[in-house]
Design a protein around this ligand. Structure first.
Ligand code: OSB
Ligand code: MG
Length: 371
């Protein structure tokens, strides 16, 4: 396989409803599409870095520069087309996991297409459908929050995650739990607390949460390990887990009992599978996180989440939960039993629509090897 070009497309897609976390409110998502072409095939990836460096240090624009100046030139210079080789060689560059993942994912799609199989088969995924979960942002009022959750439950979602922050935590969990005594419910703080908030966090134990996600900032592994013994609710880490090694350290020190795997945060599907394999070995449940991806990134998440260790519902929902019109056709739908089917076509198995991409594109550039 010879990669003839790599295209980067910076895209802006407006949400159907604003998404608010402890970082603030967003009305649209900025991200990059990565498109690799070679031998008549096209591989698609999505780089999930956001407009601002809030969830992580990367932004869509820093990812663009790192791709343009380092990752794409390396791919051409060393004639790389295999995602495993790419992942190994990209390690020489520190950080920038979302930029790396964006390009690695496009190579995975290309490889699966070249082999004539779905990406799930290439990964060794065993599940044909993934249990879906919806992530619900901070709303203007508790009534508004409960109304939103009611809507998602009516659509068929069996697991709900709510975003929390100081001042929007105990009451928010209480309101949702009161309305839905039996639903699988979890809360995500995106690092908004510290050990000083121990008394508040202990109160969350009253709501039978499936897990509490990332209460403390990313680098506070040690403080998470000090918090966990005070709670019955299992801690789950998102931002803190950037590699197999951080996963091992977190588990060894008791900083969490569950891990959220996001392919962008950990630098690609190779590292995501390393973390998955470690957790499977140790009997630690994992689930697939989301970054409000377009259908392209979401399809990638579905293939990854088909691996056997992904035993808890994913932050994966239907296209229409996020966007009026997704970049793929047909869009992703919620299926029976609150599950989403892993696409069965070649590669990621979904069809990006160029007209929709063109409409959403802020700018784009095609890179080719130097003559
Ligand atoms: O912390 O899981 C998170 C979205 C953007 C950034 C961080 C997070 C999220 C979500 C959305 O919770 C999950 C989804 O894609 O549905
Ligand atoms: Mg999270």
């Amino acid at each position: 396989m010879n990669v003839e070009s790599v295209e980067l497309i910076k895209v802006a897609l407006p949400y159907v409803h604003f998404f608010e976390t402890s970082f603030g409110r967003e009305e649209e998502r900025h991200f990059l599409l990565t498109v690799v072409r070679g031998e008549g095939l096209v591989g698609y990836g999505e780089c999930v870095a956001e407009r601002a460096p809030l969830y992580s240090a990367e932004t869509a624009d820093t990812a663009w520069l790192v791709l343009r100046d380092f990752l794409i030139p390396m791919l051409f210079r060393e004639k790389i087309s295999d995602p495993l080789e790419f992942a190994a060689k990209a390690r020489r560059f520190r950080g920038h996991p979302m930029a790396k993942a964006g390009l690695e994912l496009a190579l995975w799609d290309l490889k699966a297409k070249a082999e004539g199989i779905p990406l799930r088969s290439l990964y060794g995924g065993t599940q044909e459908a993934v249990a879906a979960g919806v992530s619900v942002g901070i709303e203007d009022s508790l009534e508004e929050l409960v109304k939103r959750v009611e809507g998602y439950v009516a659509e068929g979602y069996g697991r709900v995650k709510i975003k929390i922050k100081p001042g929007w935590d105990v009451e928010a969990c209480a309101a949702v739990r009161k309305r839905f005594p039996d639903i699988l419910l979890q809360a995500d703080a995106n690092g908004a607390y510290s050990l000083k908030d121990l008394e508040t966090l202990k109160k969350l134990d009253d709501f039978n949460l499936l897990l509490l996600e990332q209460p403390f900032p990313p680098y506070d592994l040690w403080d998470h390990s000090r918090l966990q013994p005070h709670l019955r609710t299992p801690l789950c880490l998102d931002e803190s887990i950037i590699s197999r090694d951080t996963a091992r350290a977190a588990l060894d020190m008791g900083a969490c009992r569950i891990i959220n795997i996001k392919v962008g945060r950990v630098g690609g599907a190779v590292e995501a599978r390393n973390i998955h394999d470690l957790c499977l070995e140790r009997g630690v449940p994992v689930w697939c996180g989301g970054m409000l991806e377009s259908g392209i990134g979401r399809a990638h998440n579905l293939h990854l989440a088909s691996l056997p260790g992904f035993v808890l519902p994913a932050d994966l929902s239907a296209s229409r939960r996020y966007y009026r019109r997704d970049l793929i056709d047909p869009e992703i739908e919620l299926g029976p039993g609150g599950k989403i089917s892993v696409p069965t076509g070649l590669g990621i198995g979904v069809h990006p629509v160029e007209a929709r991409i063109a409409e959403a594109a802020l700018y784009r550039e095609i890179f080719r090897p130097r003559a």
